[in-house]
Structure formats: C-alpha cells, structure tokens
Design a binder for this molecule. Structure first.
Ligand SMILES: [Zn+2]
Length: 230
C-alpha cells in the first residue's frame, strides 16, 4: 500500500468516512501538514468534520480506535490512537527538518593560512594579516555548544576549532568564520573606546559578506553533526 498515492489515499479516506458515518462524521479532509494529525469540528447534531493526517489514514489498524474515540466523545484519544498520532508527528518532524543549503564541502582538509589570505585579500586588503592557528576542541561529552573560532588581540591571532577540519564541512562556512574573525581584527586595528564585540560598525562590515545567511543556515542544519563528531 502506498500512502503517498493520492488515488489510494482518496479511496482509503472514503472507506474511513463510511466507517465513521454512524459516529455523525459527515466529511473527511486529509491533511499533510504537521500541525494537524487529527481534529474534529462541528457537532454531532449538525455533523462532524474530521481533519486527519494522511499518515493516520493509511493505518487501517487504528481506524476502530478512531471510531471509538469519536463516538465515545472522550477528550483524550485511546492509547493505541495516541501512539499512532505520536508516530505520525515524529515522522513528520523528521521529514520537515530543514535540510540546510547544499554548499560545496571541503572534500579535503583546510589550508588555514591559504584560506585566510584569500578572504583577507578579497574583503580586508588594507589590514595587516593576523596569525592563524588551530585551537583545541572540547571532548565530545562536554560539547553542548561549540565555539568555532575566536580572535585574540595581542598578538593578533585567529584561533580555529579543529572540528571544522572535516571533509563534509562546507567551504563557505569556514570562509564565513574567517570573515567574521577578520571583522574583529578590523576592530582591533582601529579600536574605538568602549566598543562592544558585535557593535554596529562590526555588523555593517559583516553584512558585506554575501554568503552569511547561507553559511548560518548551513551551520544550524549541521550543528548536531558537529556535536556528535569525534
Ligand atoms: Zn564574534
């Protein structure tokens, strides 16, 4: 049985509606969105309108539980139905997880100095070049959030978390990290009294990087993978 086939779904919906007619259900609408797994509108007197997720419609074994729930006028679905609802909800959540932008992976390892030179040449050619080095990454069991890179003022240096040195990591993401730290370097090169780390001037510089949104979306979509990495 293919639950995604609209014709099959339609036929199942008709069958389910026939089963539920004695419980005063007069119409059935099949949804595919994660917000509605099962819901009733209307009243038994004027007719009940059932909204139901396709993932439940295809589970014939829970139909009797649906019928019992509707005719019993219980607020809470019976356990069997609740389990099926939870399963559909979980499957949907997985399905709707943002995949993140498809950015070109590093494929090999990162040449930090080479990449920094390139980023700096493109956006900050007037600045001196800070040092750049790999830092240390926290052991996995202590990893709840990750600092991918940071900037040290004196002597000027960018420290990069070795976690990003993995072939699946997007090149744009690493480039963005270096760009971000170069904005901190630009601050340090022309300091302002009392300036905060991500000041208005900093943000204005950062907006010049055209792939910032894509890099951040990629980071968000891949954070779990970083957290789980060895
Ligand atoms: Zn920063």
């Amino acid at each position: 049985m293919n639950g995604e086939d609209p014709a099959v779904l339609h036929r199942l919906g008709e069958e389910l509606l026939a089963l539920l007619r004695p419980a005063a259900v007069t119409s059935l609408r099949i949804t595919h969105n994660q917000r509605l797994i099962i819901g009733l509108r209307g009243s038994p007197r004027t007719g009940l309108r059932l909204g139901i997720h396709a993932g439940l419609v295809v589970q014939r074994q829970v139909w009797p539980a649906i019928a019992a729930w509707i005719s019993g006028r219980e607020r809470r679905p019976p356990p069997l139905l609740q389990q099926a609802i939870d399963a559909v909800f979980a499957a949907n959540k997985e399905h709707h997880k943002e995949p993140g932008p498809d950015l070109e992976p590093l494929a090999g390892s990162v040449d930090l100095s080479g990449m920094l030179a390139q980023v700096q040449h493109t956006w900050f050619p007037h600045l001196s070049t800070p040092a750049i080095a790999w830092g240390r990454s926290a052991p996995r069991r202590q990893r709840r959030h990750i600092r991918f890179a940071c900037y040290r003022r004196s002597p000027p240096a960018i420290i990069v978390n070795p976690l990003i040195n993995q072939p699946w990591v997007a090149r744009r993401f690493v480039e963005y990290l270096l760009f971000h730290e170069l904005c901190h370097h630009a601050q340090a090169c022309r300091p302002l009294v009392g300036e905060t780390a991500h000041s208005a001037r900093f943000q204005a510089w950062e907006r010049r990087y055209p792939h910032r949104a894509a890099a951040l979306a990629w980071e968000k979509a891949n954070l779990d993978r970083f957290l789980a990495a060895r």
